[in-house]
Design a protein around this ligand. Structure first.
Ligand code: ATP
Ligand code: MG
Length: 733
């Protein structure tokens, strides 16, 4: 440090340094992906402490996720050379919860208030609606919950609803119901998630002395991922920043991907209006990705209209690199296999799994990859969500199937007997358990007794309907097959309907997961085979390896980076997602495109985009169209593999990739029709496999054939032991 400049500043370029060293006054850093916005923010934090401008407790730093907060804390500590303590660093919600504990009494709560989860919120709202005489069939509670959330996202408490903010939901009763719901929360000393922000904004607005206190405390405010703040978050920031006006926000309008959660890109424009003398710094060198990855991402996002406009150029010395791979595959299983193979190759050549990510558009897509990774023995984690078979709706569906297969499965029966709600209260459940215990019979048999007399009214009718249902479904099983029966069961039991009625933002994803669940079921010959498989998958979970691959949705990938990024499922309807297009029109497509931009720019060295020509539904094929985003990637930055010519709405030849090892072509039709969701029968395998052949099975992985009988093979699997399987699930390895 001969120059006297601290090492942490030397690591910055001139613009970044300007952003770090401009400590007084409002500052907006508007810059593309990977230009070091987060690095600037972290360094600025450390710089404030190192120069004695602020004590740790005098800086308020907002990140988008808890994980990002942890990372920032670590980096600040690394620069300081000691653990950073007493920081106000976290997500909007975490910071607000902490502040609200100090002022709870100002909104009628005590400091020990409980934060309700979404289930409890909905239950409470239903009670309030029932008390208000609302017909819940006509006006389902989730609809009102969503409206209340929208109000809260915009900082609108019940007494601040203007005619323009009002709605005619429940014949204009939404507003009094909202007020009643808030009053109920207060009585119970509870706050829901949205309240954390809303209450704090109300307090800061209504109590100047409290605001002044916080002004004295927070000399500096730092905000990451600013483009995704919603209005109430913005109001909170603006209130707190009015004191010292030292607020630094970093963001990228091209990465705004949370409008469905109330985020408002206009906050960037508001900032410049509310802080008229704000300095705006632009960063243009990307230090994350190679030139082809940047070129591909920039070319793609250029298709969006109405951008604030930025330049992005490669800033790394080694920026020349491999082109973005665009791989076309036959179906989603093949896609998972391709990804798996490449991961194995990378692993063998010494790449850390923690440097590889698979980023999907929709949660259900993780299933195919999870199964592949388990088969290959590759440890993974799902970031920002649960593993497929751990998700509530999948556990429920599993429980239904377990009862179908095994009526004495009490745990499963207990899980589903009142899901969806069948009006069985605590008393009914207790009675059921008592009968079961007294007579030593399974719960489902006890339930049958109960339905004959132990309970009355709606619960009785609903319970006997369920039990009759199970009898019917069980009877249909040998005739209709497990997939059809499972689909019927989920419909007739009211389970699917429960999620269709649910208006929460997660509900459509849950329905997609249920479809995927049926698809998974279709890959098995029997119900028990499937149940066994899932048990195996769940068990596999205990693997406690440190070096794991990351699997997550594109939304959860914001701000992260990996050497290698797989971006599967680039197909019309999936990405851009049909829901986004239906609800948002061209705007919806633009947000999807930003999501694609976020995805590509997560990669440092290798980006592999893929699309499947077919997705399987209930054991049948349906063809899909490659995403328009593929056409928007500039040709000079990509390299196509597989059926390069698989343009939209065209008859295509099977890609050469299928004619290679494994004889995959043998069980595939030669020509497919791209276009509508057209269904084709599953082709039958033709090529023969003999004893001694090393093979690969879709579920059990690698093994050697020990016996052949008609279309069945006995195989000694390397990981799964010896099994008898159908030959069409097997290919030569
Ligand atoms: P995103 O928009 O995706 O959130 P970002 O703008 O926040 O990206 P960072 O994550 O801060 O970008 O930085 C991207 C990568 O570039 C990181 O690995 C970071 O360490 C590195 N980096 C940033 N600035 C420099 C620099 N001046 N010299 C070398 N590497 C840098
Ligand atoms: Mg960042």
């Amino acid at each position: 440090m001969a120059t006297g400049v601290p090492e942490y500043l030397v690591r910055l370029n001139a613009e970044q340094r300007e952003a770090v060293e401009t400590l007084d006054g409002p500052l907006l850093v508007l810059a593309g992906a990977g230009t070091g916005k987060t690095r600037v923010l972290t360094t600025r934090f450390a710089h404030l402490l190192m120069t004695g401008r602020a004590f740790p407790g005098q800086v308020l730093a907002v990140t988008f996720t808890n994980k990002a907060a942890r990372e920032m804390r670590e980096r600040v500590s690394a620069i300081l050379g000691r653990p950073a303590e007493g920081l106000w660093l976290g997500t909007f919600h975490a910071l607000c919860a902490r502040m609200l504990r100090r002022h709870a009494e100002l909104v009628g709560l005590t400091s020990g208030f409980t934060i309700l989860d979404t289930d409890d919120q909905l239950r409470l709202l239903k009670l309030v609606m029932e008390a208000g005489g609302i017909d819940l069939k006509r006006w389902p509670a989730p609809g009102l919950m969503a409206q209340i959330q929208r109000w809260k996202d915009r900082g609108v408490s019940p007494n601040r609803i203007t005619p323009a903010e009002d709605t005619d939901y429940a014949s204009g009763k939404a507003r009094p119901l909202y007020a009643a719901y808030q009053a109920r929360l207060r009585d119970l000393n509870c706050a829901d998630f949205g309240d954390l922000m809303l209450h704090m904004v109300d307090i800061l607005r209504d109590h100047p002395e409290v605001l002044a206190d916080w002004h004295r405390r927070f000399r500096y405010i730092l905000v990451d991922e600013y483009q995704d703040t919603n209005l109430v978050q913005y109001m909170w920031l603006r209130l707190l920043a009015q004191g010292h006006k030292n607020i630094c926000c970093v963001g990228d309008d091209d990465q705004s991907i949370y409008s469905w959660r109330g985020a408002e890109i206009e906050n960037i424009l508001r900032f410049e209006k509310d802080f008229p003398n704000a300095r705006v710094v632009r960063l243009e060198s990307n230090y994350r990705s190679t030139r082809p990855i940047l070129g591909a991402a920039s070319g793609l996002i250029a298709h969006n209209a109405g951008r604030l406009g930025k330049t992005l150029r490669a800033g790394r010395n080694d920026a020349d690199g491999e082109k973005v791979r665009v791989v076309s595959l036959w179906d989603s299983e093949e896609e998972a296999r391709m990804v798996g193979e490449r991961i194995e190759v990378a692993q063998r050549s010494g790449h850390a799994l923690s440097e590889i990510a698979i980023l999907v558009r929709a949660g259900f897509q993780t299933r195919a990859f999870e199964e592949r990774l388990i088969t290959l023995g590759v440890p993974y984690r799902v970031i920002g969500g649960l593993k497929f078979y751990e998700r509530a709706e999948i556990r429920d569906a599993m429980a239904y199937l377990r009862v179908l297969a095994q009526p004495a499965d009490d745990l499963a029966f207990e899980r589903i007997v009142n899901t969806p709600k069948r009006g069985l209260g605590d008393t009914a459940m207790r009675k059921m358990h008592e009968i079961a215990r007294a007579e030593g019979i399974p719960l489902s048999s006890a339930a049958a007794r109960l339905a004959q007399g132990g309970i009355t009214g709606r619960a009785r009718a609903a319970l006997s309907e369920l039990l009759h249902g199970f009898a019917r479904w069980r009877e249909a099983l040998p005739r209709d097959g497990h997939v059809v029966v499972a689909a019927t069961l989920l419909d007739e039991s009211g389970y699917t309907e429960m999620w269709k009625q649910d208006k929460s933002p997660e509900a459509p994803g849950r329905l997609e997961n249920l479809k995927e669940f049926l698809r998974a079921l279709g890959e098995f010959e029997t119900l028990t085979g499937f149940l066994e498989h899932v048990a195996l998958v769940m068990e596999n979970d205990e693997n406690a390896a440190d070096d794991r691959l990351s699997l997550m949705t594109l939304h959860a990938a914001k701000g992260l980076e990996f050497d290698t990024v797989f971006l599967p499922g680039w197909e019309e309807g999936l990405f851009p997602h049909s829901r986004a297009m239906e609800e948002g029109g061209e705007k919806g497509v633009e947000e999807e495109r930003r999501l694609a931009y976020v995805g590509l720019t997560r990669a440092r060295k290798h980006a592999i985009v893929s699309c499947a020509a077919n997705r399987r539904i209930y054991g049948n094929w349906s063809s899909s169209i490659p995403s328009r985003f593929l056409d928007e990637l500039p040709l000079e930055h990509i390299e196509r593999e597989g059926s390069a010519g698989m343009a939209r709405n065209r008859m295509v030849e099977m890609p050469s990739v299928f004619t290679g090892a494994g004889g995959l072509l043998a069980r595939r039709p030669k020509v497919i029709e791209a276009g509508a969701w057209e269904v084709q029968a599953r082709p039958v395998r033709a090529d023969a496999i003999g004893v001694g052949q090393r093979v690969f099975h879709q579920k059990f992985g690698y093994g050697r054939v020990t016996g052949v009988e008609d279309d069945k093979l006995d195989i000694a699997f390397e990981k799964a032991g010896t099994k008898r399987v159908l030959d069409r699930f097997v290919e030569k390895a």
